[in-house]
Design a protein around this ligand. Structure first.
Ligand code: ATP
Length: 309
């Protein structure tokens, strides 16, 4: 794996002593889309700000394309584009100038063709002579993306790009992200929308209370979603699972009253018939049978609430 971005044991304590990042380590592959999920205050923005050099880490290191963000700040930072969560734009400035200026900030020569291409891609070309204050909220968000792309970054951070945007713009954002990926840009986005992670991410990371709880290929998570559980409640509790049921990989819950069997809904044979037969053969009497399906949302909620305990 080629890691374009490597985060090692990153910690951040704010001046008031609050530890917002508690040793985060993460390697990001070149060209992938990683979605970072986490509840409010989990540390997503702190992580992005620290990686982008806006916030100084308390300890740990970050390299971007091999450049250390602290000792080789300019080289590392020029590879990164950041679309912040909050709209920070000069209201009286024209769209075109705003985006051109961003390119200049990174020491890049003016390139009108490139700026035009970016503005067209983001449907802002017709608005290029408008002042920022004349734009709608959604268009301002597009300007933030244009600014972040103006210096041709290899890695793009999008901090909640679709928070508060309408369905159409959200769809447009997803298309833009997919196009950028096609052109080889690595994308890290934070989101509260689990369906967004499902729709566009290659990998999903879950962060809570400053810790990265999980980073996994989305497809693997989706495969987990394909799993279902059947809960068999018995009339009498048992102290252990009978040996004749060992092959089913059951767990015993609820004070010995519930047997839980996990199966794959996509599999040709679920094994339910044999399970129920074997349960009856073992002399167990059923009170109830229930099935339940786990979703990415549930995995997320379980991880985050388990962490809070
Ligand atoms: N400048 C600061 N000084 C002290 N604490 C801070 C500062 N900035 C952020 N925090 C705290 O650090 C924690 C993480 O905040 P952060 O903004 O990184 O979370 P987040 O995951 O981006 O949340 P959200 O989804 O709400 O944007 C929060 O408890 C926040 O209050």
């Amino acid at each position: 794996m080629t890691a374009i971005l490597s985060i090692k044991d990153l910690r951040k304590s704010y001046a008031d002593g609050f530890e917002a990042l508690k040793g985060v380590s993460l390697d990001i592959r070149e060209g992938e889309i990683l979605a970072l999920l986490g509840p409010n205050g989990a540390g997503k923005t702190t992580l992005i700000s620290t990686v982008c050099g806006i916030t100084t880490p308390t300890s740990g290191s970050v390299t971007v394309g091999g450049h250390d963000t602290q000792t080789e700040y300019r080289a590392a930072r020029s590879m990164i584009g950041l679309v912040p969560q909050e709209i920070v734009l000069e209201p009286f400035e024209k769209v075109l100038n705003t985006v051109r200026f961003s390119r200049g900030l990174f020491g890049y020569r003016p390139d009108n063709a490139r700026i035009e291409q970016i503005l067209r891609k983001l449907s802002l070309w017709d608005k290029r002579k408008n002042a920022i204050k004349e734009l709608s909220g959604g268009m301002k968000r597009r300007v933030l993306i244009a600014k972040a792309l103006a210096h041709e970054p290899k890695i793009l951070f999008l901090d909640e790009p679709t928070a508060g945007v309408d369905v159409e713009l959200r769809k447009d954002m997803w298309d833009i992200v997919a196009e950028l990926k096609q052109s080889g840009v690595t994308i890290i986005l934070t989101t509260h929308y689990i369906e967004e992670a499902e729709a566009i991410a290659d990998r999903v990371g879950v962060i809570n209370r400053g810790e990265l709880l999980l980073v996994q290929d989305k497809d693997k998570l989706m495969a987990q979603m394909g799993q279902k559980q059947i809960e068999v409640t018995l009339t009498e509790p048992i102290s252990e699972i009978p040996a004749s049921l060992a092959q089913h990989g059951l767990t015993l819950n609820g004070n010995g009253l519930t047997l839980v069997y996990t199966y794959d809904t996509n599999a040709e044979r679920t094994g339910i018939t044999k399970l129920l037969n074997d349960v009856a053969q073992a002399g167990l009497v059923l009170r109830d049978v229930q099935t339940r399906q786990s979703s990415l949302e549930e995995i997320f909620v379980t991880l985050v609430s388990g962490d809070a305990a």
